[in-house]
Structure formats: C-alpha cells, structure tokens
Write a protein that binds this ligand. Structure first.
Ligand code: HEM
Length: 127
C-alpha cells in the first residue's frame, strides 16, 4: 500500500494545527480581556491526533521513527493541551468572580504558546 499521499495529507494538517496554536497565541499576547481559547484547543487536539497518525503511517510505510523525539513531542503537545484547558477554566472563574481575566489566563496562554514553539524547534532541529 502506498502511504505517501496519506503521510503528506497528515503533514499538511499537522502544519495547519500548529498555525492555529501559535497564530492565536501571538494574536492575543497583548490582550487584557476577551481571550478566545477555543482555536488553541482545536490546534492542540489536531497536533496530538495528526502526530500520532503520522507515526503510525510512517511505520506502516517502513520508515524509521525516532522514539525519543516522539516522546518529547507528545509530552510538549500534552503540556499545550493541558495549559489551554487550564487557561479556559481560569478564565471562566475570573469572569464569574469579576477578577482580572489577564492575570488568570496569560501565564497559561504563554505556556501553551511556548510548548508549541518548543515542539517546532524539536521537530526541525532534532534529526
Ligand atoms: C504542539 C505540538 C506539535 C508541533 C508544534 C509539531 C510541529 C511539527 C513540525 C513543524 C513538523 C515538520 C517538521 C519537518 O518536516 O521537518 C512536524 C512533523 C512531525 N511531527 Fe509534529 N508537532 C507537534 C506534535 C507532534 C506529536 C504529538 C507527534 C507524535 C505523537 C508528532 C509527530 C510528528 C511526525 C511523525 C512528523 C513527521 C516526521 C518528522 O519530521 O519527525 N508531532 N511536527
């Protein structure tokens, strides 16, 4: 079975997923309220799903996969997802308590953005 087209399609969605995370992070860095976190949640889930599917398809195609690199990327992808979910729940609490949305959300937004940027570095520099 020729898995090459599937791998290329997954890679396209993998790149689109990372753009959702880093694009949304960059756009909202200076925001003080009204954070929109759903886009990052979708991006983080996309990265986990397409990343794991890529590993599977590469193995089906008989290619070598660097297990240590995959373990590191999975860890950071989980950090991104957990951080954005934390940001969302802290945002909800701040809104209902009438406290600062910025203080509640920004540290976790940074963590999510940095986790994704670290994964780009790992993906590109680790061979
Ligand atoms: C925030 C999360 C992630 C980001 C930002 C990210 C980023 C990237 C980037 C930029 C590439 C292209 C690299 C290149 O072609 O040189 C890539 C490829 C790839 N990623 Fe990810 N990734 C993430 C999560 C994951 C996860 C969780 C997995 C696996 C469980 C994974 C597995 C792969 C594989 C197999 C490739 C293609 C082969 C390779 O270059 O290693 N990625 N990723």
């Amino acid at each position: 079975m020729n898995v090459e087209p599937v791998i290329l399609a997954l890679l396209v969605f993998h790149i689109l997923g990372l753009s959702l995370i880093i694009g949304s992070f960059a756009l909202q860095l200076r925001r003080k309220e009204g954070f929109e976190l759903g886009t990052i949640v979708i991006g983080a889930i996309t990265q986990l799903v397409t990343g794991l599917a890529l590993v599977g398809m590469l193995q089906v195609g008989g290619e070598d996969v660097n297990n240590a690199k995959i373990a590191v990327k999975t860890t950071f992808a989980i950090v991104v997802l957990v951080a954005v979910l934390m940001a969302r729940s802290r945002q909800a609490k701040a809104l209902s308590a009438g406290t600062s949305e910025k203080t509640a959300v920004l540290p976790f937004l940074h963590l999510a953005g940095m986790g994704a940027i670290i994964n780009v570095l790992v993906a590109v520099l680790w061979h």
